[in-house]
Design a protein around this ligand. Sequence first.
Ligand code: 6AU
Length: 276
Amino acid sequence: MSNVYDPKSSSYVDRSKRHSNGAAKALLEVMDRKKSNLCVSVDVAQKQSFLTIIDTVGPYVCLIKTHVDIIEDFDDQLLAELKALSERHDFLIFEDRKFADIGNTVKLQYAKGVHKIANWAHIVNAHPVPGPSIVEGLASVGLPLGRGLLLLAEMSTKDNLATGEYTTRAVQMARQRPDFVIGFIAQRRMETIGSHDTSHGEDFLILTPGVGLDVQGDGMGQQYRTPKHVITEAGCDVIIVGRGIYGNGDDVDAIRKQAQRYQADGWKAYLDRLSK
Ligand code: 6AU
């Protein structure tokens, strides 16, 4: 059926027009502008190392993913510098907070505390385990600021529990709030789950962790697939790469080379998918 809309065969820039959420639109537009579907996950504990990695990989990414609660010398200056880097290098910021509590608690965790995540993160994620109230709580803070939410419909780790009916329920939760839930952390496309009617043009952003070119795991349950597998074959949209980029030490030239390598590989995988 050629008239059935399929995000897998549409360009990122065309897909940006289908999203009403500002963060989703902005992400798809920057992916097109920079020819990058690479998100670098900066999981380091020192502020200086965090900022140096971001400044080094910034030109090659569409998105920087943070875990700010890992940073030992966190302060407000770090956030000012992160924002400045995001403007200088033209990328969005995704705080990988993995909210998982009742609506009232996640609302406070998102807006308040030391990190005030809603003030600076364009995108955050949440586990669907509490049910739709988690989305409502987060939307009450994030929507007025133009933010977007990803639900964790699947995980990359060995023997994880986010499968089957759990994944289906996550997709159903997203369908209830298309203004705020822009997509998923998942390992494949989600539009056909729980509904085979894609003719109404549903389009989710699929951001995929567990991506590596050189190793298949980390000895702690993480499982890696290549950009070709993730983007061309599974049809996901953004590759999330952490230690594959900076895992071999602090040398900025080596980090830059790895970022360029993953950007090129991810973009080639996307072009291959479009030409199919
Ligand atoms: O490339 P890595 O293994 O060094 O880092 C992967 C990053 C980490 C994880 O917290 C995160 O991706 N992650 C997530 C996210 C993004 O939500 C979900 C998941 O299933 N697996 C996973 O690794 O910062």
